[in-house]
Design a protein. Structure first.
Lengths: 202, 202
DNA sequence: GTCTATACTCTGATAGAC
DNA sequence: GTCTATCAGAGTATAGAC
């Protein structure tokens, strides 16, 4: 027995995630998941009631790996300069560690937009505190005049886009997997610089 | 007969697009597409050989609506300041006019990354000219020191993200469809400002 | 070109032995 | 808990009339 003793349930969840990522819920086959997990198809139904339930379990597990960190950043009370750094680092680090998440989320966002948004709100995710902080910073003259919601979206886009569109960007820029990995890490400082420059009062 | 006389083929393509967008290729049902088009299921096979071919046709049609504009911007020889404005306006305008494209592309990017990247390269899409221009601008001291590829990705992310993640962003920011539409238009000036500020030499 | 009816495959789900 | 065997339904694709 190695240090990573896996019970069947975890085995299934991992296998299911792999398959769901590439094929989506509709495209995935229960047989394929069973093969990936090295177990029998019937066991999938034994542990989870069926395909939909299995997918939901996988999705919730994925959500639980990034929601806490995200929520924390949005609500944390700290100086704006530092917050930008924390924001960028958190998002990029979480996604470097779990590269499958963005495509997974986006994929299911089409099929059931309301569900995911509901999950986020239900979890207590709320951009308000950060939006208010941005507006305060503007009022104080610390950063230039701008619309807070646009700034939030800018920040998110800068962090998330290279993960969401990973294959295209990687392909267009002709990078190997290792090179792209480096590129993503590099972005942490690059984004912070980009953003800080863009908000300084002129 | 109205001004928009539709032959069956166009009808099918439109219906198929609608269904494929929401369900993906695997999730879509030929019956549903037939219903949406108000025709019989067998006709789908008559005009296109089958589901895969139909999907490919829809995808290629989508690609042909945005590739020309994108390619033009990337290659156009013009002053950098103006080019940023053109870049942002083109991307945003194309996506406002065809809001279905991003989710559609991303969706299929998972299933077949190589195929889409191949399509782009095959079409002649090449970021090199613009990357070179960025490096020249830096060398000339017109803009601050930065990595060209990061700048490209930043620009793309700022433009594309709010379309890709439309449902989440809209939901989190509590915007109605009309409000979000306005928001997207607003972004054109907002992004340009953001970017220009961020690249000025300090 | 368009329809109805149907063949056939795939796959999610269950029954039941071990 | 895990397996084999099987069912039932869904869904793609085709045959053939009009």
């Amino acid at each position: 027995m190695s240090a990573t003793v896996k019970n069947t349930e975890k085995l299934i969840l991992e296998a299911a995630r792999k398959v769901f990522i590439h094929k989506g819920c509709a495209g995935a086959r229960m047989q394929e998941i069973a093969d990936e997990a090295g177990i029998n198809k019937a066991l999938l139904h034994y542990y989870f009631r069926g395909k939909d339930k299995l997918f939901e379990a996988v999705f919730l597990q994925a959500a639980s790996t990034f929601l806490p960190a995200i929520k924390d950043v949005l609500e944390r009370d700290m100086p704006f300069n530092q917050k930008i750094v924390l924001f960028v680092n958190t998002y990029v680090d979480v996604l470097v560690a779990n590269p499958y998440i963005p495509a997974f989320v986006i994929q299911e966002l089409n099929n059931n937009p309301a569900k995911f948004v509901g999950l986020l709100k239900n979890y207590g995710l709320n951009p308000r505190p950060m939006l208010l902080q941005i507006e305060q910073e503007i009022a104080l003259g610390h950063i230039r005049e701008m619309k807070a919601d646009h700034f939030m979206v800018n920040l998110l886009g800068l962090c998330l886009f290279p993960f969401i569109a990973r294959p295209v960007v990687k392909g267009i820029l002709n990078m190997s997997e290792e090179k792209y990995q480096e590129f993503l890490i590099e972005r942490k400082t690059e984004i912070v610089q980009f953003v800080k420059n863009s908000i300084t009062v002129s």
